[in-house]
Design a protein around this ligand. Sequence first.
Ligand code: NAD
Length: 471
Amino acid sequence: MGRRIGVRDPRTGRTDETLACADAAEVRAAAARARAAQPSWLALGVTGRVAALRAFRDALAERAGPMVAALVRDTGRLPVSRLEVDSVLASLDRWCGRAPDLLADAGTVPTSMPGIALRQGPLPYPLAGVISPWNFPLLLAMIDAVPGLLAGSAVMIKPSEITPRFASVLRDCVATVPRLDGVLTVIDGDGATGAAVVDTADLICFTGSVRTGRAVGAAAAARFIPAFLELGGKDPAIVCEDADLDRAAQAVLYGGTVNTGHSCMSIERVYVAEPVFAEFVDLLVGRARKVGLAYPEAADGELGPVISAAQVGIIEEQLADAAARGASVRCGGEIRTLGGGAYLEPTVLTGVDHTMKVMREETFGPVLPVMPFADADEAVALANDSEYGLSAAVFAATTEAALAVGERLEAGGISVNDASLTGFVQDGEKNAFKASGLGGSRMGAASIRRFQRQRSFLIRSPEDKAPWWFD
Ligand code: NAD
């Protein structure tokens, strides 16, 4: 067994558990078991795999209570933990419903060359490694694992060492489904364990920071294995002059503060048409003041503690930088230590510009800096002035007007007259732009194809009597 590291409780700030990190030899042993189990998993066919994942879904539904409790210990927040479990159950239902069609055999079809037929025979990568972050521990562990399993790959999940408690409940669910034995492995550990997974798997799905994503991408490239990288964001929202300001304020507030702002599709910058700027800020601040902290009990309010101790420092640094450069705090603005946990009320800043870290770097906290714009060209230029390109939101009086602005944004998922919808609606295909990621869409039908190597069988019929080669 490898090293042991401490695990902190975000509600108390105390390190009260330890985690045994799997070393490279343990990762290789688990990978060997997975590779041994994968051929019979593939041989089950999509119907058999759907049946196994439906059984897994039922096991998770039966253990929803212990799973939510573990997620509350990991993250310190209750309603979002329930939402995570419900989302994963819904996602299992959706994938199990769609997989038979998506993986249906296309049969043998004619080609452009007379006498030659084509049969596609996709073959899954044997072992997919899934490396996940701490902000939605269960959701982001399963988001790639489910399509990967349905495609016929074995999957090894390496959750974040900051939120590892849910993993034992997940292993309990797997243990109830004999077909998943060896096929779905959840392995504990930190960055070194993650690096060992990258050294061992045949394909990597990584969700996390740009910094780690670069290292994972480089390590995967050195091994010539595909790496699907889902990284950070600095999502803009644009509020046009004719938008319904109250609805926009409500959606921006939710999108910017849900899960304490610990969300890759969190709204982190707000651009508002100059003539309605003051009115929008008043509406936003009025609503923000009503959002409560989940303290002293996890069930008390909407905003849980800042989950990661390192994130506390990042948020504080950005707020201090903004204040030093002349930003005004309209509400919130101060991280408070309550019962040992670090809490921040929804924070609205004005007087901001793009020299400030809070407008350029990922905050990953409930902070909404709001800036006016003169016209649509300026709004688009400001929104695109970022190294990130994950998601965005546009609000206008009509769908067409909002789409006209949205079409010009460099981002893969754009909510129109709402915010952060990509977290909830996973039907559409989307790519991460710029430093926000690399690789095929994790959402929509294309997601499942990421796990397949495509093969073409080019078939000459024995009856074909066309002139033969060099005849
Ligand atoms: P992180 O990069 O610090 O860690 C992510 C995971 O990588 C952890 O499991 C960690 O143990 C592992 N890891 C660390 N070093 C590694 C290495 N060298 N090789 C392999 N694995 C390694 O990220 P985090 O702080 O846990 O998560 C927050 C980040 O995740 C934010 O930037 C956020 O925007 C991003 N995120 C992106 C999405 C998305 O869909 N694009 C979703 C959620 C979170």
